[in-house]
Structure formats: C-alpha cells, structure tokens
Design a protein. Structure first.
Length: 681
C-alpha cells in the first residue's frame, strides 16, 4: 500500500511538531514481511530493536555473591551452576552479549533446554497449602504478551541450535503466546502438552482442571520420548487375535471404509489373553500421549506415570506459591536432554527446575527477581541430599549438590565492588557503564576506553590518590593536557566519595567532563529511559508481580533496631525500627518507619556460614489481621498500616526448634538487606 499526498503531508507535520505517528501508518511505512501471520498489539517492538537494547534495558555485569560447596563435587570442566538474582531480561541480555567472564562462552549457544513457568498474567488468585491467597497477577493484555515476548526473543538468541523450549501457561493467555512462539520458533516441531493436574476451581461453567505446556523442539534436538506403561482398559477389552497369534485392537470402521491402526499387544501366540496383557504392561512401554495425568488415580486409570498433583506433593513442599512437582520436570528434562546438558529457567520460582536438573546430572542456570525465590532455591539446593530420590520416592536422594554460585545482576553490593583487584574493578565499572576498553594516550593522559557515543572514558584510580579528589583543580589540570583533543565530552568514572561536584558534569571551554559515580547518580541526558528498580512484594498477593528493571542500582542497607527474648520456652523477636534510605530512588523520597519493609527471613539454626531459610514472613503477615479489602486498595492500605505501626513482633518460635544461633535477614521493598545474628542458647 502506498502513501497518498495527504498522508505524506500529515506525517511530515506530525514529525515536525514532535508528535507520535498513529498505528495506522505502521504497515505502510514498515510493511509486514511475515509470510503467514503475526500477532499485532500495542507496544510491540521489533526484534532487532530489542537485541540492540532500544527498550532501555542493557546487559549488566554479574557480581558473585557467594560460592557454595566450593570444595565439594565439581563438574570436570570447572562449571558451577548459577542462581542469579535480578531482572531476567537484563540477565538474558548479559548472556546474549557474552562478555562477562563468569559465563563467557559457557552459556550462549550451549543451552539445550529452556523450561519456564511465568506468572500467567490472568489476574487469577492462587492458593498456598493453607488455602491463603498466594498471588494475583496484575500485568495483563498486551503488556503481558510483550513482557514475555522480549524474553523469548532473547531466549531464542542464546539457545543451542538443536534445543528445546517449554513454556508453561494456562488457557487465558496461552493462545496469544502460542502465536508468538510460532513467530519466534517457526521451524521448530510443536506439541501441546495438556497437564491434567486436578480440579482447581469451582462453579457452574467448566471448572479448570488442566494447564498447558507449549513444547517447541528443533528438528535436530535430542528427544527421548517419555513413556506410559501398557495399554488402557478400553483397548484391552477390544482385543482380537490375528493369524499369527498377535493380540491387537481393530478400530471401528468408518462410513468411508477406513480403519484405525492395529494396536498390537503381544507377538507371543502361546500366551492367553490375560497373560498377553500382563506381558504388555510389564515389557512394552508406549510413547506417552500429549495428555499427562497429574493425579495418581487418573494416571493409574490411563496407565500413565503420574506427574504429581497440582502445585506439589506433600513430601516436596517448600511453601512457595505455584510450585511445580518434580515428577513433571523429570519427564520434561529426561525427554529433552542428556546428562551433562545445560538447562535454563529464567522464572526460577521455587527452584524445581534446578533441583531436578541437579538430581539428573544436568547443568543448570536459574534466575528470579524475588528475594523469596533466591533463598528458597538456595535452601533447596543446599539440602538436596535430604530430599527424596527421583528413582525411589521412598528414599532420599543422598548426594550433596555440586558447587554452585549465587550472583547479583543489576543490583550490587558496593563494598564488594571496592574489594575487587584493580583490573577486576576497572572491568566491572566499564561493563557497568557500557564502556568498550580501548587503551590509548591523549596529551600524555591515559584513556581507558570509549562509550558507545564514541567519547573517551577515564577511570579515576582512587587507590593511587587516596588524599585527592575529582575537583575543579584536578579538572583544570586535566584539561590543560587534553584540551579539546579528546572531544566535546570526557567521562570520568570515580567513587562518589571522591567527586566534589553535586552536578552531573563540569564544563571548561565548551568541553564537558561527565561524572559516572559509583554508586551511580543517574544522568538523564545519557539515558533515554529512566532507571527503574524492581520492587519486592510486601504480601503473598504480589509474589509474582511482573516488572522490568531498567539500569542498575547499589544496595543501601536499611536501618534496623530489634531485640530478642526467651519467655516460657519461646523465642520472641521484636522489631522496633525499620528505615530505608531511598535518596537513589526515582521518587527521591524517604519512607517512614516500617513503610519499606518487604519481608523477614529466618534461619533458626545458623551454622555461621550458609543461611538456610526455615521460615519467612511478608510485612502483611506481621500486622494484625483485619477485614479483607478489595485488591484495588489493598496495597495502599498496607502501606498506611505499616506507617502507623510502632513495633512488630514476629511469631514466637519454640525454643526447642532453635539452635545456639539464629540469623535474620530483613528485606526492604527494593531488595536491600540487613542481616542480624542472635545468640539463643
């Protein structure tokens, strides 16, 4: 379709006035190249723009938080499994960029299986084991579809060429995602797995009883078909014998004269019908259907292997909303990978993917944006030897986990940054500020690199100039050497405590010296999209809210005052003060006492090294229970209640459940932590 003169004039006028163009012009200016169909909706970005970070989300360096089981069992090639805390889009872009030394050439192009169980974006309430509301998805419509699409595009870009991806969804948004998957994975083989996980609702209009797994496999990908055992009751009742003595089922003839394919049960003509059926059930497993039975009674009826009841079975409960059973992941992982293959789950949740991959001798990487998820997965892997065996559910797995590492992505511990060696520090801050290392000298001054805009970058070597600062005298001296030889802009990376300027830059003779401070003060001129942190939930209702993080942030430890007492053989922890400093926040406002509290996590028997979470409480759990408010005002009401709270008492813990030491981690709404150890006995 061509533009007419009126449309051309309208476009020119809108562009000159700075207006956005209506969507009507989209297909005339940028014709669709798809051969078949595409899903059209508001906010859909081009694949090329997403990969070029035009959405404002950039790769960020990975900061190692802790190495676990470091002296224990390793992969022979030195690989360590990874739990990443942070926004998964940033994490996927970091993998795609393939520069960070922790993962360089170890993940991109190596991932054989991706399984994700994203929040369904349906505004449906889920319940935990105590039948309390677990979370409510708030992201909906086009926003949810594009949220997931951007991650799927990155996923495709980092998978091995012969890989498989499984996306676990429900009916309300699944069909939109199916169309997207067809766009992103057009040459892949498709299967729709219906997981019959039991009744999950009530009402007169078809209560929900299943979820769907969209299963996309590259034609060259490994596939070991999962099996079911024997034959259904319907088939065995209709058995007949052919001339060779084989038992078979003949399908009813249709009006056109065609027949169903014969289903052979046994080729031994000496067996009775009953013995032939028994022989088939024991020795002739068949490929599983694309309907998987989650409940034991259904599985028995259809001769399938039960994949577990909805959410989780009792002996594997970690109390995490929407947790999936290990049997379900076992079937997927064994069907799609070999031992030693790498598996990725970027909606880590309770860590079922990681746990099953660990038990089945696969490598794994998981990420999640929630602190609850981080500590749930960490606990699950640390204690995996005490969990049940996938080979025999009556026995323990037994083997300790191989070495794994927890990393921060986009949310950093400032103290760890300054503990890095000089070369490591330089690399970290250059990756942070998107600087390409390019060592050179201008006017006798060493230049460390260039930003994407082509301007030069100097890293202030604070370890050499502990008594100096980036002040007017330093800048005038610097300018005296380089003048305008380095361009109209020069960037200086330095610790904020060494920079004497509050403003973002200082200008000399039309050359601007910009300060990239650690921790970073956002320079709006350099970033089209404003930096945005992701929020931690204050209630179970919001555990799986979907958010994008933009930019990076440094942890700012909240201020906590608390006490512990032992009364009547119970341990009581009282929090009297919880304040967070959010001068770095986009609002620029501090919060009142308790207003920023997200959750408290407890290790009742701290070993002095590894935090092993026993219990957790959201802020909402710690307030007196009142009449339920509507979802529309629940969040605001919670904030108001927290503001007016004088002190918070945690639920009393029986003394017999505690060790000599307890560790508490207090988390604020932006993921900042305060850790406190108490001596109990």
């Amino acid at each position: 379709m061509k533009l007419n003169q009126h449309e051309i004039a309208d476009i020119v006028e809108r562009l000159q006035s700075g207006e956005n163009l209506p969507d009507d012009y989209k297909y005339k200016l940028f014709p669709v190249t798809q051969k078949e169909y595409e899903l059209v909706y508001g906010g859909k970005m081009r694949r090329e723009d997403i990969l070029a970070n035009e959405d404002g989300v950039f790769p960020v360096p990975l900061q190692i938080e802790k190495i676990y089981n470091g002296s224990r069992k390793h992969w022979k090639d030195g690989w360590r499994n990874i739990i990443a805390f942070g926004d998964n889009l940033q994490f996927l872009k970091t993998i795609y960029e393939n520069k960070d030394l922790l993962i360089k050439n170890k993940v991109k192009g190596k991932v054989k299986l991706i399984y994700i169980d994203p929040p369904f974006g349906t505004e449906s309430d889920f319940s935990n084991k105590n039948n309390q509301i677990a979370y409510t998805d708030k992201t909906k419509g086009a926003e949810f579809v594009e949220f997931l699409r951007r991650r799927l595009i990155l996923a495709r870009s980092i998978m091995a060429t012969d890989a498989t991806i499984c996306v676990h969804l429900d009916a309300k948004k699944g069909h939109y995602i199916k169309v997207l998957m067809d766009e992103i994975f057009p040459e892949y083989q498709f299967a729709e797995i219906v997981w019959v996980c039991g009744l999950m609702g009530s009402g007169k209009y078809y209560p929900k009883s299943h979820e769907t797994i969209y299963y996309y496999k590259h034609p060259d990908a490994y596939f070991n078909a999962p099996t079911r055992i024997g034959y259904s009751e319907r088939i065995t009742k209709a058995l007949k014998k052919d001339r060779k003595g084989w038992y078979y089922e003949r399908g009813r003839e249709s009006s056109g004269g065609s027949q169903y394919l014969k289903t052979y049960i046994s080729s031994n003509p000496n067996l009775s019908k009953e013995d032939a059926i028994e022989d088939a059930n024991e020795n002739r497993p068949q490929t599983a259907w694309d309907v998987w039975m989650g409940k034991e009674d259904l599985a028995t009826k259809f001769n399938d292997i039960a994949t577990g009841t909805y959410a989780y079975t009792q002996n594997e409960s970690y109390g995490y909303p929407t947790q999936k059973p290990e049997k379900l992941l076992k079937r997927i992982i064994e069907a799609s990978t070999k031992p030693g293959d790498l598996i990725l789950d970027f909606f880590g949740g309770s860590g079922t993917t990681a746990a099953v991959a660990e038990k089945l001798e696969r490598k794994w990487v998981v990420s999640d944006i929630g602190k609850l998820s981080l500590y749930t997965i960490q606990k699950r892997i640390l204690n995996i030897h005490n969990s049940f065996s996938l080979l025999d559910f009556n026995n323990k797995h037994g083997d300790i986990a191989k070495s794994f590492v927890t990393v921060n992505t986009g949310h950093y511990d400032l103290e760890k940054v300054f503990q890095l060696q000089q070369k490591e520090y330089a690399k970290f801050v250059m990756d942070l500020f998107e600087v390409e290392p390019k060592e050179k000298t201008i006017g006798g001054i060493s230049i460390n690199g260039e930003r994407k805009d082509g301007y030069n970058v100097i890293i202030w070597e604070y370890w050499k100039f502990k008594d100096a600062a980036v002040d007017e005298e330093y800048l005038h001296d610097l300018h005296g050497y380089i003048g305008n030889k380095a361009g109209k802009r020069v960037y200086i990376i330095a610790p904020a405590s060494y920079v004497s300027f509050i403003s973002d830059y200082y200008e000399i003779d039309k050359v601007r010296y910009y300060f990239l401070k650690v921790p970073y003060q956002v320079i709006r001129e350099l970033h089209k999209v404003q930096f945005k942190k992701f929020r931690q939930p204050q209630s179970k209702n919001n555990v799986n809210d979907l958010e994008d993080a933009v930019g990076f942030h440094f942890m700012r430890q909240p201020e906590v005052k608390s006490s512990i007492s032992v009364i009547s053989k119970e341990v009581q922890v009282t929090i009297k003060k919880f304040l967070s400093d959010f001068t770095e926040d986009e609002t620029g406002q501090d919060m009142e006492n308790f207003e920023s509290l997200s959750m408290v996590l407890i290790d009742k028997n701290f070993n002095g090294n590894e935090f092993d979470m026993d219990e957790y409480y959201f802020a909402d759990d710690l307030l007196p229970k009142k009449k339920k408010k509507s979802n529309d005002d629940a969040e605001q009401n919670l904030k108001e209640e927290l503001k007016h709270t004088k002190e918070i008492k945690l639920p009393a813990i029986p003394l017999k459940e505690c060790g000599k030491r307890m560790m508490l981690i207090y988390v604020d709404v932006y993921g900042n932590e305060f850790k406190e150890e108490f001596k109990v006995k």
